[in-house]
Ligand binder design. Structure first.
Ligand code: ASP
Length: 439
């Protein structure tokens, strides 16, 4: 049994947090490969080491003094080393970093040092071998990720190492230039390592006990989702639910490795299992609710639209030509509505309208702004009758006007459009109907 364990920044923010991580790893022999993030926030208005590094490098790049800022970063690490009573000095590493900053090694190099140094500490603390991700995670010359070479390099490098620490977030091009993934990218490293070593499980340890049925900023203490499929996760993540970097899913999904989201501060809780498919009946008909505000509905009307071949293509062409992607497209016989992101659309709206007019000569084009979309997602909906009925009666009881309904053909989700100002009430109403009333 092999488990790859990735720990997020808040799990490694201080010596105390490191100790929790140490006991989690030691509690299970299978936890052989460890992927750490850089130290995160210790308290709510603390600064993440990655952000400190970006700032410090920014000063260096502008030719300003940065020693004080670099020393503050060094202090963060030394505090951890002292707290763990380790016989380890990062002096030489900091000398190298300083030189690299002066010779302008790049902001990606700078940011990557957060994980690199944390990896060294945790390797020493656990007695695991340190494997620099720069030698095993490969990027192409143009900066894009090279999945095939990475899988080969990682597999070869880790083949004969029983227990190793591989820092998250970065890798390098063949010429040694360090490249990072986008923010939160240590999740991706964890997933790549899991695939390369054919792990049985990828454990992603963070500071929440898994995915929640609804956003805790909207619903107080929402229930935890115990098991979710990759498809459900994709729907919820797209609508704004975030715990895991989106690109972390592909490598493990392809290899059939499940992900387990766990809480470093509550290791006895099972967290959320993310799986390809499951015969586990979900606790509720719905798995989760997520949503986003800030959409515009572009309503287009034209008599006999339904018999005009190519009408839809011409309308969508006007959006495409202006570089605007659309979210949803519900339609009637002589009407068609396109949902787009308000901030993307606002600056180009007159051009898009002019293009639609020119291409299709509609009777009218109306815009409705400040709308929200809410996705109600669940594999359980396919086999349950009356879900839509319950959903709309919950919204009707809460006096919420539903502007749009879209049920995907997979029957995995129902998406509704409401006014921005009804967003929170709508989520509450849905949560109450499907979760609270089932408890
Ligand atoms: N330390 C990086 C960040 O703050 C990467 C990560 O934590 O996953 O984005």
């Amino acid at each position: 049994m092999i488990k790859v364990v990735k720990f997020g920044g808040s799990s490694l923010a201080s010596a105390d947090q490191f100790m929790k991580v140490g006991s989690i790893i030691r509690a299970d022999e299978a936890r052989r490969y460890v992927v750490p993030s850089a130290p995160g926030k210790r308290f709510s208005d603390d600064t993440k080491v990655t952000d400190m590094l970006y700032h410090c490098y920014d000063l260096a790049e502008r030719g300003q003094a940065f020693t004080k800022q670099l020393n503050q970063i060094k202090d963060r690490y030394n505090e951890i080393i002292r707290g763990l009573k380790l016989d380890l000095s990062l002096e030489e590493d900091f000398e190298t970093i300083k030189k690299q900053f002066i010779s302008k090694a790049g902001s990606m190099y700078a940011a990557s040092r957060g994980e690199y140094l944390n990896g060294k500490i945790i390797a020493k603390y656990l007695g695991y071998e340190f494997v620099d991700a720069a030698n095993a995670i490969r990027f192409h010359k143009d900066g894009s990720f090279d999945a095939d070479t990475t899988n080969k390099l990682l597999a070869e490098r880790l083949e004969n190492i029983e227990r190793a620490v591989i820092p998250g977030f970065y890798g390098s091009m063949a010429n040694g230039t360090v490249v990072t993934f986008s923010r939160g990218g240590s999740d991706i490293t964890g997933s790549l390592v899991a695939r390369a070593v054919n792990a049985n499980l990828y454990e992603n340890w963070t500071d929440v006990s898994g995915f929640l049925v609804a956003d805790p900023r909207v619903v107080k203490n929402p229930e935890i989702i115990h098991t979710i499929t990759y498809k459900e996760l994709r729907e919820l993540a797209y609508m704004g639910a975030s715990v895991l970097h989106e690109d972390a899913i592909f490598p493990v999904r392809q290899a059939g490795i499940p992900i387990n989201i766990r809480n470093t501060n509550a290791p006895d809780e099972d967290g959320t299992m993310i799986v390809e498919s499951t015969c586990r009946i979900p606790a509720y008909t719905i798995t989760g609710i997520a949503g986003k505000k800030g959409f515009v509905a572009v309503n287009i009307e034209k008599e006999m639209m339904n018999s005009e071949v190519g009408f839809g293509r011409k309308v969508l062409g006007a959006f495409e030509d202006n570089g605007i992607s659309f979210e949803h497209m519900p339609s009637g016989i002589d009407t068609m509505t396109i949902f787009v992101h308000q901030d993307e659309f606002a600056e180009k709206e007159q051009q898009v309208i002019a293009d639609i007019n020119k291409a299709t000569h509609p009777d009218s084009i109306e815009l409705e702004s400040d709308l929200a979309l809410i996705a109600v997602v669940g594999r359980g909906m396919r086999s349950t009758r009356g879900t839509a009925g319950r959903l709309f009666s919950a919204l009707a009881h809460a006096h919420i006007n539903v502007k749009m309904i879209d049920q995907g053909s997979s029957e995995l989700n129902i998406i509704i459009g409401v006014d921005n100002e009804d967003f929170n009430d709508a989520i509450h109403a849905i949560y109450d109907m499907f979760v609270v009333s089932q408890l």
